[in-house]
Structure formats: C-alpha cells, structure tokens
Design a protein around this ligand. Structure first.
Ligand code: SF4
Length: 329
C-alpha cells in the first residue's frame, strides 16, 4: 500500500531528468508533517544522482563594516547599531596566512569577502585582492579561491577571471521582486542580477543564494529557487538568518526546522545539478537538526564561522561531515 503524498510522487519525475513545474513546486511548499521526510528523501536521491560529492568552504572577512548600504540583516551596515569589529582592507600577506589555515584544515575552497557596495572600478583595495589571489594560487595551487566583493563591472569581473578566481559569491537573497522591501533600498536587485550576468560572461562560476527568515513567504522562497535556476547559479548557499542585535531584524523569529527542510528540498528539486551549501545558521539556529538538514539535498556547508558570527571549529565540522558521509554514496 502506498502512503506517499501524490504531489511528492509527481515530483519523482525530477529523478528521470524532468524539470520541476513551478506550479507543483508551489504546491509542495504547502505540505507538512510526516510528508516532509518523504520530500527530503527525494531531494537526497536527486542530489546523489545529479550533484554527487561533498563540499566544505571557509570564508574570511578581508574588510569589515563601515558599509553605506542598508541591508536589513547585516551587522556591517552603517545603518545598524551592531557591535562588531570593523577594519579596513587587510594586506595580501594576511589574506595569504588565512588561506594557509583553511588549506591545512582541509577546506576545498577559500572565499575572500569584503564589505561594501562593490568594485566597479579598479582601486588599491581591488589590487590588494588580486595580489592575494595570485599569492594563494602560487602557494596552495589546489585550493579553489573565490571572492565575494559586491557589484562588479565587466572590467573588474574580467580581471578577477584573469587572476584565477574560479567562483564568485553574490547572493540575491530573496524573491527578486521583494528585494527592495525585504533587503535593501540603497541599491537595486537589477544591478545585482547584472553582476551575475557579467560573471557568466567572464567564465566565473556563479555562487548565489539567499537567506531564510527575512520575512519572506514560502511562495517567495520558491520564486528565489527559480530565479537562481534562471540566473544559472552553479553554487547555491542557503543561510538561515541569525538575528544580530542592533540590526533591523534583531527580533526576527527564525524559520522552523520544518520550513527549512521543505525549502532545502525544493531548492534541490528546482536546481538538481547545483552545489547547494548550508551556510550561516546551521549550528547556531538549527542546532540538533543540522544533521537532518544535511540530508535534505545539500552537498556541504560553510565552516569556521561566518562574517560577523561564530560557528563550530573546522575540525569538529569535518568529523561531522565524515560521520554523515556514509549517507552520501
Ligand atoms: S550585506 Fe554587504 S552591501 Fe549589504 S550592508 Fe552588509 S556589507 Fe553592505
């Protein structure tokens, strides 16, 4: 006797290479209770078939705070009162030292992140990042180097590609049509989407995802999953909001485990070939459920802390991944 929800049965077409119809994705976003483990089990099968392999990456904040943009969740914005450490652009030498730590801890990739609107023109800071990328490639040739520097121009994107940047993180965060309401008013979603196009044009892999818990609905999350598919996102980091005191969202309630599991599974079904990573909120918000969520269609996670919040140690995370790896093959 088959007790599986008929909507989930229909979604099994993804395992045969069919695209998930948006109407069905919307219906799946409303399932609940005991149907959710059936949905995450399908997402896990799809991941194993179309996006095998695990990925762990670490990021470093090479320039912290003092940002004029007004992203509502961000402790680095001048519009927030969050108590964080701020500092100007680090030297290439210090970035190299941090990359060496990531390498010896077993990370697959190392991301250099800077606060601010972005780099549409070359300047001293941008040149420091290029110099850091060159020295990391020279010292640790097997370490995949990525950057997350905000909005780019065709010229700065091309320079990053020429200096061996293989992927670039640039999240669109929410349903694009809600960006101005849920994320920021000092810049537009259009300029962020344009940066994604420039990355593709310059042969840089697009790492773009979102944050759950900004006040969006399940419908908005489904829209985000399709927007990322349409933008050709190769890597999709999914964050669960960690509300930081002093930001506009300090009192936000995080999404439930059930919503998060459903969302991860739907992102996988919409983006079968992408590398999906669980980013911020894994240890701090989802705590006991992080293991379960790792089996909801994701390939890996960010480790070693986030930009302004701490996480578990890299060693602890690698032990965690080794224990659940048995379910990945
Ligand atoms: S997310 Fe980036 S652009 Fe937005 S406020 Fe924070 S540092 Fe600035």
């Amino acid at each position: 006797m088959n007790h599986m929800n008929g909507l989930i049965e229909r979604a099994y077409g993804v395992l045969d290479g069919k695209e998930l119809d948006k109407g069905l994705a919307m219906e799946l976003s409303a399932i609940h209770g005991k149907d959710i483990p059936d949905l995450t089990a399908l997402a896990h099968k799809v991941r194993i078939k179309f996006s095998p392999g695990t990925h762990i990456c670490t990021i470093m904040n090479a320039k912290s705070g003092q940002c004029a943009e007004d992203c509502r969740y961000c402790a680095q914005s001048l519009h927030s009162n969050a108590d964080i450490e701020t500092y100007p652009m680090m030297s290439a030498e210090n970035i190299l030292t941090a990359a060496g730590r990531a390498y010896s801890n077993g990370a697959d990739c190392f991301g250099i992140v800077t606060s601010g609107h972005g780099y549409t023109e070359e300047n001293d800071e941008f040149h420091e990042i290029l110099a850091a990328a060159d020295s990391i490639h020279q010292r640790y040739p097997s370490l995949d180097v990525g950057t997350s520097l905000g909005v780019l121009s065709d010229g700065t994107a091309r320079l990053l590609a020429e200096h061996g940047i293989r992927h670039y993180n640039h999240n669109i965060q929410v349903n694009p049509s809600k960006y101005g309401v849920l994320v920021a008013t000092t810049h537009t979603i259009e300029e962020r989407m344009e940066t994604l196009r420039l990355l593709k044009r310059n042969g840089i892999r697009v790492c773009s995802g979102g944050i759950l818990g900004l006040g969006e609905s399940m419908t908005d999350r489904v829209e985000l999953a399709y927007a990322l598919r349409d933008a050709g996102a190769d890597i999709i980091p999914l964050n669960v909001l960690v509300p930081i005191q002093g930001t506009a969202l300090e009192k936000s309630a995080p999404p439930t485990v059930m919503e998060t599991a459903k969302t991860f599974a739907i992102f996988r079904l919409v983006n079968p070939h992408a590398v999906i990573k669980f980013a911020a909120g894994r240890e701090t918000v989802m705590k006991d459920f992080q293991g379960m969520l790792m089996l909801a269609g994701v390939n890996g996670f960010l480790t070693g802390g986030y930009l302004t919040t701490r996480g578990r140690s890299v060693g602890e995370d690698i032990r965690f991944l080794n224990e659940i790896r048995v379910f990945y093959s």
